[in-house]
Design a binder for this molecule. Structure first.
Ligand code: HEM
Length: 419
């Protein structure tokens, strides 16, 4: 009750046309409550909390550039490759739009991985933010499908063969496997029919991502952000209004993000791509080395770590599904790794493990890479199934500070934020 009174009290009173609209559609108050002066935010958030807003920015950039690309793209086996070349050479600023879209996808994944590892480090997925985490994982899954379908669209050699390898995985399903594959293809081979479907999905899924991202934010706003100390907010002295403090801080991230993206687009636009994808798809010639984009390499390594096809598919699917159980597998009462000396070491080991999986995914599965891939895959699951629960039981965390404000300001009185 007190809360809703405060809420009424904090409502912005607008005059004139703005007031007329606001009375009927209170969008200024909505924004103010979501990202404005009326959204109390833990005062100790560090730069690791920038990646949520950056993910939102990346999503917007991808959708805007994607819509324009699709105006010129021809989703047929005969026309796709040539239409992409046309975009690069003849469409005004087509090269720029395409390079921003392709490199934007890479930067988007980099941002999301940092966003997820931030959650691992600070225990952001723990009670009461389990659903924020789950909704994030649904977004992540949708992003993977979106990126994969997008990779197929230029219909180069890598597009064609990646589509062939991945859709064929469904044939591992006992009895009905081949039927599923042909149903996916809409044909008896990978061709125009699959390309059309992928184009349709690649356009539709980002809309779904926007929807889930809105629910992700809704769930986040219910209990608000975790913070680097992982302790609860105890009162107004622990928070600052989101605007202008965190809007300003988020803008610093936006600047760095745009610099990195511009650096890639203008200086090394193909560094993350595969040269083979500038060769038109040829069903009669398999490339020496079929690899996905860098951000899917760890999952590709897990897929290939199991010698059996169905086993590999189950391991790869399991590597994402297991993330849904993390809020319960992590049995520690303390959220932040700052106060968990042993977990902190294992966190870094896990980071190294995922990097190793990425390197393994980029190399042909032969010689030592096979055994390294199997060990790294084993460790990936071991981290979640054994290390997380056991550490929570046996580790003695360091003492937690009394509150955010005492930790940040010491004994000094909390200064009033400027009006
Ligand atoms: C389109 C993609 C996404 C967008 C736009 C997005 C947006 C955001 C924003 C704006 C925040 C608050 C600021 C911050 O904590 O950085 C946030 C928090 C959070 N996100 Fe995401 N997110 C996305 C994907 C994900 C994914 C893939 C995961 C995990 C699998 C995830 C997990 C979380 C968690 C656990 C929090 C709460 C963090 C905390 O309070 O400490 N998000 N997200």
């Amino acid at each position: 009750m007190a809360d809703s009174q405060d809420h009424e009290h904090n409502k912005m009173q607008l005059k004139g046309v703005m007031g007329w609209v606001e009375y009927r559609l209170p969008w200024v108050n909505l924004l103010n409550n979501a990202v404005g002066t009326n959204y109390p935010t833990p005062r100790n958030l560090n730069y690791w909390w920038n990646f949520g807003s950056l993910a939102g920015l990346a999503l917007v950039i991808e959708i805007l550039t994607g819509v324009v690309l699709n105006m010129h793209y021809v989703p047929t086996a005969e026309g796709a490759f040539a239409s992409v070349e046309r975009i690069m050479r003849d469409v005004n600023f087509g090269w720029l739009i395409r390079y921003v879209h392709a490199n934007g996808a890479s930067v988007f994944f980099a941002v999301i991985y940092l966003h997820m590892f931030r959650s691992f480090y600070y225990g952001s997925y723990k009670n009461p933010r389990e659903l924020v985490w789950w909704l994030g994982l649904i977004i992540f899954f949708l992003m993977i499908i979106t990126a994969f379908t997008g990779y197929v669209l230029p219909w180069g050699q890598m597009s064609f063969w990646a589509a062939t390898v991945i859709t064929n995985l469904a044939s591992a399903v006992p009895v009905v496997g081949t039927d599923i594959v042909q149903w996916l293809w809409g044909d008896f081979s990978v061709g125009g029919s699959l390309l059309g479907r992928f184009n349709s999905l690649h356009y539709a899924l980002p809309v779904a991502i926007v929807g889930v991202a809105v629910i992700h934010m809704w769930a986040l706003h219910e209990h608000r952000s975790n913070n680097p100390l992982g302790i609860e907010v105890k009162g107004p002295q622990d928070t600052l209004p989101f605007h202008p403090y965190f809007t300003a801080k988020d803008l610093v991230g936006v600047g760095v993000f745009l610099l990195v993206l511009a650096g890639l687009v203008f200086y090394a636009p193909n560094i993350l791509g595969e040269p083979d994808n500038y060769v038109p798809a040829n069903p009669l010639q398999t490339p020496n080395h079929i690899v996905p984009e860098w951000y899917l390499l760890p999952f590709y390594a897990i897929l290939r770590a199991v010698p059996d096809k169905l086993g590999g598919v189950i391991a790869m699917g399991g590597s994402i599904i297991i993330l849904f159980a993390v809020p319960w597998l992590d049995t520690s009462k303390v959220r932040s790794a700052k106060f968990r000396p042993i977990y902190k070491q294992f966190f870094w080991l896990f980071v190294i493990d995922t990097l190793i999986l990425g390197v393994v995914g980029a190399n042909a599965p032969e010689g030592n890479w096979i055994i390294i891939g199997q060990l790294a895959t084993f460790y990936y699951f071991f981290h979640f199934i054994v290390i997380l629960p056991v550490l929570g039981w046996i580790e003695s965390p360091k003492p937690l500070p009394d509150s955010i404000s005492t930790s940040v300001l010491g004994d000094k009185k909390s200064p009033e934020p400027a009006e």
